[in-house]
Ligand binder design. Structure first.
Ligand SMILES: Cc1cc2nc3c(=O)[nH]c(=O)nc-3n(C[C@H](O)[C@H](O)[C@H](O)COP(=O)(O)OP(=O)(O)OC[C@H]3O[C@@H](n4cnc5c(N)ncnc54)[C@H](O)[C@@H]3O)c2cc1C
Length: 377
């Protein structure tokens, strides 16, 4: 059977790509190793921060503005609450990456924001006890997306528009010929004019020949039951807090009901692993370290840890994404190396991948994601 485009990996990015491709009239086949919206890659755990005052680099802001439009459209098209705006606090010393970087992006792009000193943080958000000298940038347009719901929404929209999506069918290999790309799985061979590869944490295996250096990191998510109940955490902003050492921790409102806890985690504090070797158990020592860190900022989170989960980051050396047509293989487009901050871009990455696969170029500013900056072989 022949298709216009075959998408490999139907996680966050691949499911969005499949939808945007089929919406633009392409005959699409999607192949996914596991089931729909599974918990063995990078797109699970109930929530992902979304924000616009992007401390990583102001160059991401135009993509975020488009992503927000598409988040809204996805919610409208499916009637599902795939995202929610709660407001967000980006907190730490005034010269920290989190605060100064968010301020820079907000100023450069004229994004609505407020600067709060420690007293003002405590007055407006009494769950917090900021560290001495902390300030915060408050962004009303920050909030969270629901990863599993988003992946399922894109899968459902793609299938109802006519995409053929196969689950439990891993790609084994592909052959790029002058006439097209032939993709093999244990069930057969499929051909297409173009291949879009969104492998998540399997990038080092699937894209080994491309020489893109990506390190896979185990990350842990923790849910703490607040002392005194979840009440004051229901209408609560998302937050990222940076300490004087530059270590960032972040958290969400209580969105899983009574007993569901408040989710918190360290940003970029992981152990190198592979999808095969990742340790899915979380030690008591890890829980204590997380509790000590967040309870110093939010004393109510000194309560019981009710749940944990593990997830993988795919880090590039500079923590910027890789999104491009392959420089030596014009029939192949890749999207990988999302370095722990990709989910908020899912809908716009889907749109970009459709542009690259269909037109060979995109109007979106993606020069930051050129693999040429990283390729070592
Ligand atoms: C703990 C944690 C917290 C995060 N927090 C945030 C956040 O707050 N905000 C934010 O914006 N981002 C966040 N991220 C990052 C974000 O979730 C990821 O960047 C994003 O989910 C990556 O999507 P992906 O499509 O690349 O990977 P995935 O969703 O994992 O998709 C890759 C897919 O490829 C499939 N696959 C692999 N090999 C094959 C094969 N051979 N054949 C077929 N299919 C295959 C896999 O099964 C998988 O489904 C977080 C990530 C983690 C782990």
């Amino acid at each position: 059977m022949s298709y216009d485009v075959i998408v490999i990996g139907l996680g966050g990015m691949g499911s969005a790509a499949a939808y945007h491709l089929v919406a633009r009239g392409q005959r699409v086949l999607g192949l996914e190793k596991f089931g729909p919206a599974h918990d063995r890659g990078s797109s699970h755990g109930g929530s992902r921060i979304i924000r616009q005052s992007y401390f990583e680099d102001p160059a991401y802001v135009p993509l975020l503005l488009r992503a927000y439009e598409l988040w809204d459209k996805l919610a409208t098209d499916t009637g599902r609450e795939v995202y929610r705006l709660t407001g967000g606090l980006f907190m730490g010393p005034p010269d920290s990456v989190t605060v100064a970087g968010s301020q820079r992006a907000s100023r450069e792009w004229d994004l609505p924001h407020e600067m709060l000193d420690a007293a003002e943080i405590r007055r407006r958000f009494p769950t917090f006890t900021p560290y001495p000298g902390d300030v915060a940038l408050y962004e009303s347009k920050a909030g969270f997306a629901r990863p599993e719901m988003t992946v399922q929404a894109h899968i459902d929209l793609a299938e109802s528009a006519g995409a053929e999506l196969h689950f439990g069918e891993p790609l084994h290999g592909w052959d790029d010929t002058s006439g097209g790309v032939a993709v093999t799985t244990e069930r057969g061979t499929y051909t297409a004019g173009h291949l879009v590869i969104c492998p998540g944490a399997w990038a080092p295996q699937l894209l080994a020949d491309f020489g893109i250096p990506i390190t896979i990191e185990r990350q842990v998510l923790y849910w703490f039951d607040p002392v005194g109940g979840t009440g004051s955490f229901v209408d609560h902003p998302i937050f990222i807090h940076e300490d004087v050492e530059g270590a960032q921790a972040y958290g969400f409102p209580a969105i899983d009901g009574p007993g569901g806890g408040v989710k918190v985690a360290f940003f970029r504090k992981g152990i190198v692993c592979t999808p095969e070797t990742i340790d899915r158990t979380v030690s008591e020592q890890e829980i204590v370290e997380m509790r000590d860190r967040v309870a110093a900022l939010l004393p109510a989170l000194a309560g019981d840890c009710v749940h944990t989960a593990t997830c993988m980051y795919s880090n590039t050396p500079d923590q910027h994404f890789v999104i491009a047509r392959h420089p030596d293989a014009d029939r192949i487009t890749v999207a990988c190396g999302f370095s722990g901050h990709g989910f908020k871009f899912v809908p716009v990455v889907g749109e970009i991948l459709a542009d690259l696969a269909i037109d060979g170029a995109t109007g979106h500013p993606i020069s930051l994601f050129d693999p040429g900056r990283l390729v070592t072989t």
